[in-house]
Design a binder for this molecule. Sequence first.
Ligand code: FES
Length: 358
Amino acid sequence: MAQDDHSGAELAAADSSHAAPEFAGSTGTAVVPYDAFENPGFEPHRPRVTDQDPRREKRAQRTVYTLFYLSVLGSVWAVAAYMLFPMESNNVDAVRLNNMFIGFGATLALLGIGFGAVHWGKSLMTSAESIDTRHPISTSEATQRGAVEVFRQADEESGFSRRTVIRNSLIGALLAFPLPAVVLFRGFAPQDELPVELLSHTMWKKGTRLALDPSGVAIKASDVTIGSAFHVIPEGLTDLEHGKLEEKAKAAVLLMRLEPDELNQTPERESWSYEGIVAYSKICTHVGCPVALYEQHTHHLLCPCHQSQFDVANHCKVIFGPAKRPLPQLPIAVDDEGYLIAQSDFTEPVGPSFWERN
Ligand code: FES
């Protein structure tokens, strides 16, 4: 027992050696409020050159508003570039110039605002450090008055109200900056035609031959063997000088040949195919991806974007996936020379279904 007491005393002595000096010698469960790090406090405030030299302050002020006005210039230039360097279809150089100059303007606009704001904060706004002591969050009147006071003080220290030239230039820059985006959105809409009208018609018309994509060589019915599938465009599309891609995006067709008795045709569409050869729009009715995968044994077409599946044997009705309506069928026939031709344009708009809602 005596030995135990002795060991306990040694342990207490050992433990007390790690405690804070004022608690040395205490043992047991005492909590030691000891912080090994001293609060170093603030470094002495070092005034900046702009705090001491009025000429440097003026210069900093000039730099800040120049940057904000440069931002305005950038925004205006981006708008001007949109008009001066229009995008032209099939002209990659024009697209490049358009993107480059609009991008240059937008970059200048953003950098002008960013650099101006940073320079303002670093060189002109007050740099004195202060302690904001924590206090309970509440919505008492005193708190609200305090918040208002903080804003007032921030306004005074930043000079937002006092330095009107800088403030106005910043407001101008921020107002001008969204302009390029507004102008760019205009480019989504067709220039001189109603979108629904435009999308309701394609290049197909009565007598247009079906041609191979991308060569543009017309297809004879005898070339289409049972089980085969062709990517098809209207003959003449490759000769278009303007709008080739736009027309192709609407008129692309898939041509397949099934055994005639595998086709479940409604009476009104019996004349739309030729000896088991059928043609359907390649533009998915979900959101317009090209439906390019054909499974010969099941006669299913698969859209790789969101996996919609269409049953060719049953008027391309949707059998799986998010598409809401069948692929539009192109009525076809054969001309005197044995070439496959369209009987007319599609009888309904191709592509995503929402156009029909208009
Ligand atoms: S675009 Fe075809 S399934 Fe979505």
